[in-house]
Design a protein. Structure first.
Length: 375
């Protein structure tokens, strides 16, 4: 069911509720992701665990598990503070609690959709629901995505060069990394190009739109509304880039923090198991896996993520520990975060529903008042 009180299409270019927010799609994606992931982890554990595994696990220091929780808290805190800085850089204002709900709520949807495709539009929609104009919301989220993409592009050559001598990943993994880097590069160019001549969008749409769309009564109004949203997005993006450079530098640093802390979870677990010497190699291996995750078709990368992790880490981690490290990594970076993000998703969805209902009620009251005056 779509969010109550909000039309699926808006003539003013405002974002509509993403289709993925339909309750059954989120629920089905969550069930599918957890099912596939659980089965994959169980199979890997069954294949790898033996008596040595239990001996190693019995000696682990619980403080390293607390360190993994702290790393995830810092990671997602960095994501929320980055969005908060970008909202301020765009000229907007939003209480930090609502920023957190938007970021984590959107991330939850990204975690249960193929290719993480639902995350960005959902975050934009929640920011808009909290009062950030459509163009600004799109610019804020797109700028954050572009920062992540740029760091991803810069990391790919380093990963390929270092893994060639340190981990010896398979040809297939290296091919995926190269393809991911190429895709990310063109995505980054598309975001940069969006800052140019938004008026050309209307001309292109009117020229190339199918005939059945052009014949619709409100076609021109919808094109004008969409063009207005694109122009607002473009101007907001320029404002972010021309604004306080300290805010922009802070957002870039927080993006780096977001990725770096996430890469440290598996190394910390291995350290707790008595392998501190594998810290940097494990961090590099997790970087390889993390670069692949956004391009996996299953919700949350389930099945593929566990298999890729096991395949890469088995190169240098004792075989009897691969399954346990895999399970621990997935627990802290995915299962635990699904619960946290899910709470904020429900809160943000409830807020957006309440706001939509209040807007509809206000419109109805205005129409009733106008009718009374006419009578």
């Amino acid at each position: 069911m779509e969010i109550p009180g909000r039309r699926r299409d808006t003539a003013d270019g405002a974002p509509r509720a993403p289709g993925v927010l339909a309750g059954h799609k989120v629920r089905n994606g969550l069930i599918l992701a957890l099912t596939i992931s659980t089965v994959s982890v169980v199979v890997i554990l069954f294949v790898t665990m033996n008596h040595s595994t239990w001996q190693a696990v019995s000696r682990i220091d619980p403080l390293f598990f607390l360190a993994a929780v702290a790393l995830m808290a810092v990671k997602w805190g960095a994501a929320c503070f980055r969005t908060d800085l970008l909202v301020h850089a765009s000229g907007g204002r939003l209480p930090f609690g609502k920023v957190v709900r938007s970021v984590l709520g959107g991330s939850f949807v990204g975690s249960v959709t193929p290719f993480q495709a639902g995350g960005i539009p959902t975050e934009i929609f929640f920011l808009y629901s909290y009062g950030i104009p459509a163009g600004k919301a799109t610019a804020v989220v797109s700028t954050g995505a572009a920062m992540s993409t740029l760091q991803f592009i810069l990391a790919i050559p380093i990963v390929l060069a270092v893994t060639a001598s340190q981990i010896k990943v398979s040809f297939g993994v290296r091919t995926i990394l190269i393809a991911a880097g190429v895709f990310a590069f063109f995505f980054f160019l598309a975001v940069v190009y969006s800052m140019r001549e938004p008026s050309k969008v209307a001309t292109s749409v009117r020229k190339h739109a199918p005939g059945f769309l052009k014949r619709r009564e409100n076609f021109d109004d919808r094109v004008d509304g969409f063009t207005g949203a694109v122009a607002e997005f473009s101007e907001s993006l320029r404002q972010i880039m021309r604004g306080d450079k300290r805010l922009l530098a802070g957002a870039i640093l927080l993006t780096f923090t977001f990725w770096a802390t996430g890469f440290m979870v598996a190394p910390v677990i291995l350290w707790g198991l008595g392998y501190p010497g594998l810290f940097w190699k494990a961090m590099l291996a997790q970087l390889v896996v993390s670069c692949i995750l956004p391009f996996l078709p299953a919700p949350g990368g389930s099945g593929f993520a566990e298999s890729a992790f096991a395949g890469v880490f088995a190169i240098f981690v004792p075989g009897y520990l691969v399954g346990f490290v895999n399970l621990s990594w997935r627990f802290f970076t995915y299962y635990m975060m699904l619960v946290v993000q899910g709470v904020f998703f429900v809160l943000a969805l409830r807020d957006s529903t309440s706001r939509a209902e209040s807007v509809v009620a206000g419109v109805e009251d205005a129409e009733d008042s106008a009718g009374d005056e006419a009578r």
